[in-house]
Design a protein around this ligand. Sequence first.
Ligand code: 3HC
Length: 283
Amino acid sequence: MSITTLAVIGAGTMGHGIAQVAAAHGLNVLLHDVSLDLIHAARERIRRGLERMAEKGKVVNVELALGRITAATQVEDVSLADFVIEAVVENAEVKGDLFRRLDAVCRPHVILASNTSSISITRLAAATQRPDKVIGLHFFNPVPVMSLVEVIRGMQTSDATLRTTITLAETLGKTPVEVKDTPGFIANRMLLPFINEACYALMEGVASAENIDKVAQLGFNHPMGPLALADLIGLDVCLAILEVLHRELGEDKYRPCPLLRKYVEAGWLGRKTGKGFYSYREQ
Ligand code: 3HC
């Protein structure tokens, strides 16, 4: 089955990045969010991202790529998509409800993928009448820059769905890694305890945020430290993933740091709100 039109559900941090990469690789994109304002804001971010890619010779024509993206304010507007990638808020109820609605509007052969960072694919699949065609396709932030995608097979995902999804990931210039459907998959099961430990170190006054990050940058050659990375990912997303790990694996080592919880309660969610462990307000 050839994929020419991709639906991306959710125009936020991950959704706009996925749409950008798909359009840059020649796919038509139906970009869905609940309001035109959100989709227009995402288009502006995509334009800036495409311009950066063009400066590096990674995309030929920015206007052509942007022209491949169509706004879709209703779930019904994606009914003719050949493949769907969901990238909405990290909440199992919201995603389950969305999968039910997508299942009702999309053609029966269409694969429904989730960019979830930790929620069970098997559970999302159970919300549909096509569990064999539901799969995880987990991108990394910033999507245009990071080459990894985790491909997560739910209990009922078919071999054909897995093959088509891997081919799509490669078409998008990504390197797919197949992972079992377990909480946090591989990447976040490793990354979030690291970020959480950095939050505990900060809360206990072991070092300043800058120095904690400097240790990872200069000591481990990480491009950015764990606290700056948490700000990039979104502190609400980090907390949601830790809660899934803690609840479903049942181990104290995944207990979210109280300081992280407090930041989220304060609305300090990282770059997207202008304040997290660092301030971005001047940008
Ligand atoms: N669109 C297109 N290109 C972009 C871009 C965008 N939105 N953002 C950055 N780029 C490109 C730049 O043009 C530049 O290209 P070049 O290497 O060819 O010159 C390159 O990316 C690096 O960008 P900058 O020079 O502006 O910035 P830095 O060198 O400071 O790098 C960074 C920024 C890429 C974010 C780097 O710090 C990094 O790799 N950080 C770690 C990111 C990471 O670990 N992500 C994974 C998070 S975990 C996750 O997402 C999973 C989720 O479930 C939680």
